[in-house]
Design a protein around this ligand. Structure first.
Ligand code: ATP
Ligand code: MG
Length: 429
C-alpha cells in the first residue's frame, strides 16, 4: 500500500480483536467513577494553541516539541490536545460551573496527541482516562483519588504489579525558595551536568531532578531536598494524605525526585508505576494544581486530578494475562437456517427471541451456505449453542438446539418455548 494511504506513524487502529478488552477496561473504570460520584465531561479534541501554552507551560517538553499545532482556515493557531486538564479547566471556567466555590468532580476519556518517538507504550495518538476535582483543597480528596485507583487495580487484577510513588512539591512559595536553592547548588556544579540539564537549569530547573543522565544523577545525590523547604501548610497536607493512605492500607514510596513534566503542579504529586512494561512504566499520574485556574484567568480555585494511559493499562492486562473469560466470547447463540423459507422463519423467530431476551447475544447466519459451512461459522463465532432450522424443523415448527461446547445432545424446542429455554441455559451479561 502506498505510504500516503497508511496510518500515521504512532497512531494506531484498535482492531476488532482488541476492542473487547478496551471496552472491558473502559467499562470497569466508568462504573467505578460513577460509584464514587464523579460525572463525565466531554471536551473538544482541538483547542486554541494559546490554552496549552498558558496552562502546561512554555518550557515543558510538551509545549516545546510535542504538540500537533496547525493553522486553520481562519488563520487561528489550533492544537490537538496533548492532555486533558487544560481543556477541562477552560470548560469549567467558560461555563462558570466552579464559581462561588462549587465543587466539581469530573472525568473524561479520549485521545490525546503528542509528537514523541513511538515505541512500546508510547504513541503519538494515545488514550487517557482523566479526572479533575475543583474546589476541594484538603488531603482527603487527594487520598480519595489514590484510593479509587487502588481499587481499580484490585478489580483489574494488577494490584501486585504497580507501585505508588509520592512526593509533595509544596505551595508555589516554598517551591520558589527551593528552586532558588537548587539553582544555586546546580550552578556550582554546572560543568558536571549533561547538556539538557544545563539548559533546563535556566528554563525549568526542577525538571533537572528527573534526568536519566547518570552523571547528573550523581550530582543530584547531595542536592537540596524539597522536603526541607516545605512550608507548614504543605507539610500538614502531605502528612494528612499519608495518614489516610496508611488507614486504607495503601503502600507507597516517597520519591523526592518526582516532579512531573507539567508546570502547574503544587503540593501532592503521584505516579503509579510498573516494571512490567519496560521503559514506559508510568500507568497513571497526577497531582494537585491549586494555582492553575487562577493562572488561566479564573478566581482562585483549587484543583487535583490524574490521568491514566489506556494503552499501557491494556498492555498490562495482556502481559499479566488478566483478561476475564467472558470477554473472549462475543456470541451466545448462532442461528443457522437452510433454504429461503427457513431463513424467513428464522429471522422472525430471532426478532421474537430478542424482544424477550434483549441481552442475549444472538447472531443470525447471513450469506446462506451449506450445512457444513454454516456450522463452521457457528463454531468459529464462539457461540455456546447453535439453533438449526431445516426442512424437518420447519415442518414441525421447532428449532434444533445444539450445544457446541460439548454440553449434551441436540434437542428440538418448539418456537414458542425457545426464549424461555434460552433464558435457562445462557447467562446473560
Ligand atoms: P511519560 O513520563 O511516560 O512520558 P507523562 O508524564 O508525559 O508520561 P502524563 O502527561 O502525566 O504523562 O500522562 C498521564 C499518563 O498518560 C501517563 O502516565 C501514561 O500512562 C500516559 N501517556 C502519556 N504519554 C503517552 C504516550 N505518548 N503514549 C501512551 N501513553 C502515554
Ligand atoms: Mg511524556
Amino acid at each position: 500500500m502506498s505510504k500516503s494511504l497508511q496510518a500515521i506513524r504512532g497512531m494506531n487502529d484498535i482492531l476488532p480483536e482488541q476492542t473487547p478488552l478496551w471496552r472491558y477496561f473502559e467499562g470497569t473504570v466508568a462504573r467505578l467513577l460513577d460509584n464514587y460520584g464523579y460525572k463525565q465531561i466531554r471536551m473538544p479534541i482541538v483547542e486554541f494553541t494559546e490554552l496549552f501554552k498558558r496552562s502546561i507551560g512554555e518550557v515543558t517538553d510538551i509545549v516545546e516539541k510535542e504538540m500537533y499545532t496547525f493553522e486553520d482556515r481562519n488563520g487561528d493557531s489550533l492544537t490537538l490536545r496533548p492532555e486533558g486538564t487544560a481543556a477541562c479547566v477552560r470548560a469549567v471556567l467558560e461555563h462558570g460551573i466552579t464559581g462561588g466555590g462549587q465543587v466539581q468532580k469530573l472525568w473524561y476519556i479520549g485521545p490525546m496527541f503528542r509528537h514523541e518517538r513511538p515505541q512500546k507504550g508510547r504513541y503519538r495518538q494515545f488514550h487517557q482516562i482523566g479526572l479533575e476535582v475543583f474546589n476541594l483543597d484538603g488531603p482527603d480528596i487527594d487520598a480519595e483519588l489514590i484510593t479509587m485507583t487502588w481499587r481499580l487495580w484490585g478489580e483489574l487484577g494488577i494490584r501486585d504489579a504497580v507501585k505508588l510513588e509520592l512526593n509533595s512539591l509544596g505551595t508555589s512559595d516554598s517551591r520558589g525558595r527551593y528552586r532558588e536553592a537548587l539553582v544555586e547548588y546546580l550552578s556550582a556544579h554546572h560543568d558536571k551536568l549533561d547538556e539538557d540539564s544545563q539548559r533546563r537549569l535556566k528554563t525549568n530547573p526542577l525538571r533537572v531532578l528527573d534526568t536519566k543522565n547518570a552523571d547528573t544523577q550523581a550530582v543530584l545525590v547531595n542536592a537540596p531536598k524539597m522536603a526541607d523547604y516545605l512550608d507548614d501548610e504543605s507539610r500538614a497536607h502531605f502528612e494528612g494524605l499519608k495518614a489516610r493512605l496508611d488507614a486504607v492500607g495503601i503502600p507507597y514510596v516517597l520519591n523526592p525526585k518526582l516532579v512531573r513534566g507539567l508546570d502547574y503542579y503544587s503540593k501532592t504529586v503521584f505516579e503509579w508505576v510498573t516494571d512490567k512494561l519496560g521503559a514506559q512504566g508510568t500507568v497513571c499520574a497526577g497531582g494537585r494544581y491549586d494555582g492553575l485556574v487562577e493562572q488561566m484567568g479564573g478566581k482562585p480555585t483549587t484543583g487535583v486530578g490524574f490521568a491514566m494511559g489506556i494503552e499501557r493499562l491494556v498492555l498490562m492486562l495482556e502481559t499479566l494475562e488478566q483478561i476475564p473469560e467472558e470477554i473472549s466470547r462475543q456470541v451466545d447463540v448462532y442461528l443457522c437456517a437452510f433454504g429461503e423459507e427457513a431463513e424467513l422463519a428464522g429471522l422472525a423467530l430471532a426478532e421474537r427471541v430478542r424482544d424477550q431476551l434483549p441481552n442475549l447475544r444472538l447472531q443470525v447466519n447471513a450469506g446462506a451456505g451449506s450445512f457444513k459451512s454454516q456450522f463452521k461459522k457457528a463454531d468459529k463465532s464462539g457461540a455456546l449453542y447453535a439453533l438449526i432450522l431445516g426442512d424437518d424443523e420447519m415442518a414441525q415448527q421447532v428449532v434444533g438446539f445444539k450445544p457446541l461446547r460439548g454440553q449434551g445432545e441436540q434437542q428440538s424446542i418448539a418456537w414458542d418455548a425457545l426464549a424461555a429455554h434460552l433464558a435457562t441455559c445462557v447467562v446473560q451479561g
